[in-house]
Design a protein around this ligand. Structure first.
Ligand code: ADP
Ligand code: NA
Length: 340
């Protein structure tokens, strides 16, 4: 198995990013056996398809890399790199642009969603980034690609491109059979991730996109700040129920129990088995403790890494070198198949 996955660089990382995205990558890595490996990249090239601030992109890319390492991505077991440091990605995209059809890209719903009404003002990159995504995985002969609901269509596109390229250009073996250039990647269903809601409004997700929401727990918050934010979190006066059904109309309470469960690798049911009947006066300090203890080593390592740019750069440089090495033969084979 070779799993390839990119993550958009995000700055100001919070508990939702950790439980919903970063920790899942660590779990994916830990599920790999001897013969399997994960390639994880910061999708910085994808970020330029939307209006962006260059300084902010550099900062967010480094922060995300530091967070991945701090949370347990092991650069000796997985390949961790920046997409922009591996020129084979945009190179391969161009080579695949010859195979991708306008009609296929026209059907991508993400372009319609992200360009909105201003189709003419959208960047060309926003239109063609699904081809870059195809390049991202085909370049490494990925066998599996983790996909959420919104990315299924893009994986289908990658498979269509690979299939058409193999069909049109694959060289022949001596016995006349095809020697495919690309592996068709399968979807990989990642371990279920928690969805964390805002601590002041259980109907909104915890997100950095709402700057007025100060309740968000950040990966770099100190223990005092975490305890205060949990104490202030919106709740109701009822004690916790004995089972999940009792939380159906209590989104804020459900969210806090969900966070506790996610941080302790338990379930909502198991947390309620322990805390059912107790009020928030008991549950909140317990949750705060769990968060402080779990996040402490992560934020310490995160801050160390960010303070030591050289080590972080070295980790990424090693990852990029490894990625270039894996991509090399496929890139060569692609040029050759095209007569270039
Ligand atoms: P934000 O909403 O803070 O801007 P992003 O949209 O940049 O975060 O998301 C980065 C990653 O973190 C994505 O994989 C996204 O699914 C995940 N994520 C963001 N917020 C949450 C949340 N509240 N709960 C679970 N996962 C989240
Ligand atoms: Na967002």
């Amino acid at each position: 198995m070779r799993v390839v996955s990119g993550i958009q660089p995000t700055g100001n990382l919070h508990l939702g990013n950790y439980l919903g995205a970063i920790r899942n990558w660590v779990r994916m890595q830990d599920e790999m056996d001897e013969e399997s490996e994960c390639l994880f990249f910061l999708a910085d090239l994808h970020a330029i398809s939307m209006p962006h601030d260059p300084a902010e992109l550099s900062r967010a890319t480094l922060e995300m890399a530091a967070a991945l390492v701090a949370c347990g991505i092991d650069a000796s077991r997985s390949v961790l790199f920046n997409q922009a440091q591996v020129p084979a990605h945009p190179e391969m995209q161009w080579l695949l642009n010859g195979t991708a059809r306008m009609g296929w890209l026209n059907r991508m719903t993400q372009f319609k969603d992200k360009s909105g009404k201003n189709r003419e003002g959208a960047s060309v990159a926003l239109f063609t980034y699904p081809v870059l995504q195809a390049a991202d995985v085909l370049l490494y002969q990925a066998t599996h690609v983790p996909v959420g609901e919104d990315q299924k269509q893009h994986l289908e596109l990658a498979r269509d491109i690979a299939q058409k390229f193999n069909n049109d250009f694959a060289p022949k073996n001596e016995d006349g059979s095809d020697r495919p250039v690309f592996t068709l990647p399968e979807p990989y269903i990642p371990p279920a991730a928690a969805r964390i809601m805002s601590l002041r409004d259980g109907s909104k997700k915890m997100s950095k996109s709402d700057p007025s929401d100060m309740s968000r727990i950040e990966l770099v918050d100190d223990p005092d700040t975490i305890m205060k934010k949990i104490k202030k979190a919106k709740t109701d006066p009822e004690p916790l129920p004995g089972d999940e059904g009792g939380l159906a109309t209590r989104p804020e309470a459900l969210n806090l129990v969900t966070i506790y469960a996610a941080m302790t690798d338990g379930s909502v049911e198991s947390v309620l088995a322990d805390f059912g009947g107790q009020g928030f006066g008991t549950f909140k300090p317990a949750l705060g403790e769990v968060l402080v203890e779990t996040l402490r080593p992560i934020s310490e390592r995160f801050n160390e890494l960010l303070a030591d740019r050289e080590s972080l750069d070295a980790i990424l440089a090693r990852g990029a070198a490894k990625a270039r090495e894996i991509a090399g033969p496929t890139l060569d084979a692609t040029y050759a198949a095209l007569g270039l």
